[in-house]
Design a protein around this ligand. Sequence first.
Ligand code: SF4
Length: 179
Amino acid sequence: MTSQRQEDFFNVCTNCKISCCQNAKPPITSARKKIIEKYLKEQEIPIKNPFTKTMYTFPREDAGGYCVFYEKQTRKCKIHPVKPETCVAGPITFDINKQTQKIEWYLKWKKICPLAGVLHKNPEILKKHLDSAKKEILKLVHGLEPEALRAILKIEEPETFKIDQNPIESPILNKLLRL
Ligand code: SF4
């Protein structure tokens, strides 16, 4: 459970002044929800009703829009070993192109994520992280309900650029085409 899904890249994240955990709304599958709830119980982290749902399920936010799992004093994630797939994959994001039937991979601009700048300058580290991000995101898109996946794909992520693409597996494409 506490396996290293993501290393803290050169302390870039803990020293960063941009709060990517504010208004983040990372999608939560039912499998991830159970894993997080088990972790909260085991670690005795007292958070009541940690999830909320609109078109999809995500961690509840405080009045300032911060994720309920964000610890302001340390700037760390309270559930780091089991955090949502998109949080592990960041600053890599994704989109699904129904026309080309490809899943497309994007990297955030460094002005909104210093870690993205570090990755962009280090192709070997970027490749390693991209491989791991792809696994996490594919796990996510397989686990999401069709309605949730469609809602997530409508969210614009303008300050990113495309770095790779892969053919999409038909079960995922079928979810998007299902009415
Ligand atoms: S789950 Fe953790 S990493 Fe993800 S948005 Fe919340 S505090 Fe940030």
